[in-house]
Write a protein that binds this ligand. Structure first.
Ligand code: SF4
Length: 170
């Protein structure tokens, strides 16, 4: 299967996330060992199958943590991500100030509760936040194309797959 466009989007997101992390380094408490954001997310098929393919090709198989509770991610082991290099997009923006439009068409900002405790919220702008809707729209369209091209007829363009299902495919 072809995942080039997805990986390009992922790289673009990493580039922006790294820039924002650097910009906000004095207000972000994110560090190795903190796993508050690691939950059993659900992801689009294009991400799901890209991760499955990469993990199948990889030399080191991730250890599945079957001791985690239902809501935690199965790839979280000893506070570390077993699939860090291949982790989904949602995991690549953890902790950043995310700007998105809510159901009432108003702009909303979301960030980890441990971060920005001494930051003036008025100082958030388009220049120092992650535009979540923009990237989500790109991912949605990529996924739609992927489903059509791959003839994965079991999925509609709105279907998501829980990360934990990856364990059945690797
Ligand atoms: S894939 Fe990795 S970063 Fe994402 S929720 Fe699971 S353990 Fe955390």
């Amino acid at each position: 299967m072809e995942f080039r466009a997805y990986k390009t989007l992922r790289n673009d997101i990493d580039t922006l996330s790294n820039k924002l992390e650097e910009q906000h380094k004095n207000h972000m408490m994110c560090k190795a060992g903190c796993d508050l954001c690691c939950m059993d997310y659900s992801i689009f098929p294009v991400e799901f199958y890209s991760i499955v393919e990469a993990l199948k090709k990889g030399e080191k198989k991730p250890v599945i943590n079957s001791n985690n509770d239902e809501s935690s991610c199965i790839f979280l082991n000893n506070h570390k991500c077993e699939i860090y290099e291949e982790r989904p997009i949602i995991c690549r923006t953890h902790g950043l100030p995310l700007l998105f439009m809510n159901e009432e068409n108003g702009w909303e900002l979301s960030a980890c509760e441990l971060n920005f405790t001494e930051f003036d919220m008025e100082e958030f702008s388009e220049e120092n936040t992650f535009p979540q809707d923009k990237f989500n729209s790109k991912l949605f369209l990529l996924n739609k194309e992927f489903i059509a091209k791959s003839k994965l007829t079991e999925y509609s363009e709105f279907d998501l797959i829980p990360i934990k299902e990856i364990a059945k495919h690797i």
